[in-house]
Design a protein around this ligand. Structure first.
Ligand code: PEP
Length: 250
């Protein structure tokens, strides 16, 4: 039995004040939702405050990206050890916004996965196709390529230390959610591909869905056999909505 994970990706949103309010709201509501695992990923500068407010709670936290380098002359970058310094347990790698706006290749993302893993962080590996790719009928090819980059670099067992987030790019922040059937098809494909290398890793692998997940569609999506939770963007910025998704994940 895989424990569901609901993780919030706050992206470049919030102020110190709004982050405090949001964390407070989630903390107050979380006792009622006995979802196995809940985490939030604020932008770097809010990690110290997040650690301060969430330490000792059932809510985890993580970064939205990390550098492949350990330290040095890499202006603007943040190392895995720095995420460790602020108690992060998770880190998102390969989000489509990073792949698109920062031209992150599959190989770079795989390296980030490896660096996170080596630092004891749980990487949340985002994979997913664009609308053009879906319409061209190459969704499976695209997610297989993105997944294989990690397997080729680190071996299939490395997936046991992380989480996959299937995020169709056309569904992110657009209000267009993949239907539960569309999502389940791709999740089953991903699990099947991993199973070709290791049935055991595939069975334990958590595959989250991400893309306009909301309290009113979360239950149906997470109810599918291969959907093990969600990576939530917009709806993670309101405590009530985020908690609603956590409840649905039960
Ligand atoms: C995301 O960016 O990871 C995401 C899923 O965003 P949204 O929920 O806003 O579509």
């Amino acid at each position: 039995m895989r424990r569901p994970l609901v993780a919030g990706n706050w992206k470049m949103n919030g102020s110190l004040e709004s982050v405090r309010d949001l964390l407070d709201g989630i903390k107050r509501g979380i006792d009622e939702v006995r979802v196995a695992e809940v985490a939030v990923c604020p932008t770097y500068v809010f990690l110290p405050e997040t650690e301060k407010l969430l330490a000792g709670s059932v809510i985890g936290w993580g970064g939205q990206d990390l550098s492949t380098e350990g330290a040095g002359a890499f202006t603007g970058e943040v190392a895995a050890s720095m995420l460790n310094d602020f108690g992060c347990q998770y880190v998102i790698v390969g989000h489509s916004e990073r792949r698109t706006y920062h031209v992150e290749s599959d190989e770079l993302v795989a390296k980030k996965y490896a660096v996170a893993r080596a630092a004891g962080l749980k990487p949340i590996l985002c994979i997913g196709e664009t609308l053009e790719e879906r319409e061209a009928g190459i969704t499976e090819q695209v997610v297989a390529r993105q997944l294989d980059a990690v397997i080729d670099l680190e071996g299939v067992d490395a997936l046991a230390d992380g989480v996959i987030a299937y995020e169709p790019v056309w569904a992110i922040g657009t209000g267009k959610t993949a239907t539960p059937e569309q999502a389940q098809d791709v999740h089953a494909f991903i699990r099947g591909r991993v199973a070709q290398k290791s049935a055991e890793v595939a069975e334990g692998l958590r595959i989250l869905y991400g893309g306009s997940m909301k309290p009113d569609n979360a239950g149906e999506l997470i109810g599918k056999p291969d959907i093990d939770g969600g990576l939530i963007g917009g709806a993670s910025l309101k405590a009530e909505d985020f908690l609603g998704i956590c409840t649905a994940a039960n």
